[in-house]
Design a protein around this ligand. Structure first.
Ligand code: NAD
Length: 351
């Protein structure tokens, strides 16, 4: 049995990843550590909560003692770091939290993983001496900054993040890279585009629009709605991370995209049409400061070198996603009836 430590596994992508891995690899143990912030929800994992290959530990990735304890008591050979503050709007309100979680949290994990790799096997403190602990950092295409009308992000581009969120993720990428260059740690960094699919927290564009549409509420669209993003189905993303975990070349960065460039307003209109609502629900609101205009991902490296490519078309993925939210109204209701109400009212006051 090998044991993979997944951080942030109670969030959107992490929970999808854990379920996929447990289904695919019956001989892997997965330990999920998550601080259960507003974005962490154990309901996402209720189907596998009793799986004997799965353990949940409530822990903050910044808590070094706790992380050491977890490494000391478990034979961890790989870390996949999803844990992060992930919402750009919140990073504008509260940048410091993004810096401590996304940068210091990542460095804490690296430091502990390094200790279990580098430490002397004779050292009694270290029960689980390893040749290496592989570290996969789940990053974002937002670290590259914004594109003009043409061009795509490639892995060799300089990082030019524009929001506190993307700056914190870019900083984490730098520190992960430094642990490879300085200490020879086996690492990979993945940079993906916007994910969508089941279990996404309803502050993000697609579940926000679906939920508001279902309730006949206004659909807040930033600026002119012409911001372009590449959209990646979460299950394609999880397969890509699995591929990088098993086949990624040490020290390499891999872009992951869905080959689905869409303007935000196109997505909003698609959801309206599918749910047979009126476009009169659309309310254009003041644009987010520093809002990047266009992102696009060049997938060539991961497709040609590791053999992964996305299988979902956007039309298929979005239809399935809408259906999932329609069939899981209780899941979304549980979230939107709590603290989220205050957050929503504050964000979109006046509409
Ligand atoms: P999410 O917000 O849904 O989940 C994040 C999880 O991390 C939550 O369960 C939360 O409780 C946990 N967490 C937060 N702070 C923590 C801490 N200090 N210690 C331990 N756990 C903590 O995010 P997501 O959408 O699932 O994103 C996962 C990763 O993928 C993030 O690193 C994000 O930057 C990256 N990413 C996401 C997208 C996207 O479209 N969702 C795109 C690109 C990159």
């Amino acid at each position: 049995m090998k044991t993979i430590l997944v951080t942030g596994g109670a969030g959107f992508i992490g929970s999808n990843f854990i379920k996929m891995m447990l289904g695919k690899y019956p001989d892997y143990n997965i330990i999920n550590i998550d601080a259960l912030t507003y974005a962490g929800n154990l309901e996402n994992l209720k189907d596998i909560a009793d799986n004997s290959n799965y353990t949940f530990i409530k822990a903050d990735i910044r808590d070094r003692d706790k992380i050491e304890d977890i490494f000391n008591n478990n034979d961890i050979s790989e870390v996949v770091n999803f844990a992060a503050e992930s919402h750009v709007d919140r990073s504008i309100e509260e940048p410091e939290l993004f810096l401590t979680t996304n940068i210091i949290g990542t460095q804490t994990l690296l430091e502990v993983a390094k200790k279990y790799w580098k430490v002397n096997p004779e050292d009694k403190y270290c029960k689980n001496y390893k040749e290496s602990v592989k570290f996969v950092q789940v990053s974002t295409d937002e670290v590259y900054g914004a594109l003009g009308k043409e061009g795509m992000f490639v892995e060799t581009m300089p990082l030019m993040p524009n929001s506190p969120y993307s700056a914190s993720k870019a900083s984490a990428d730098m520190i992960v890279r430094a642990y490879h260059e300085t200490f020879g740690m086996p690492i990979n960094i993945t940079r993906c585009s916007n994910n969508y699919g089941p279990y996404q927290f309803p502050e993000k564009l697609i579940p926000l629009m679906i939920n508001n549409c279902l309730k006949g509420k206004d659909l807040p669209v930033y600026g002119d709605g012409m911001q372009i993003r590449d959209w990646l189905h979460v299950s394609d993303h999880c397969c890509a991370i699995d591929t990088v975990l098993h086949k990624g070349v040490d020290g390499e960065v891999y872009n992951i995209g869905g080959n689905n460039e869409k303007a935000n307003i196109e997505i909003v209109k698609f959801i309206i049409k599918t749910l047979e609502k009126s476009e009169e629900l659309i309310k254009y609101v003041k644009d987010r400061p520093g809002h990047d205009r266009r992102y696009a991902i060049d997938n060539t490296k991961i497709t040609t070198q590791l053999g992964w490519s996305p299988v979902y078309t956007f039309e298929q993925g979005i239809k399935e996603t809408i259906k999932w939210y329609l069939n899981n109204i209780e899941w979304i209701e549980d979230i939107v009836s709590g603290d989220y109400v205050n957050y929503y009212d504050e964000m979109y006051k006046g509409i």
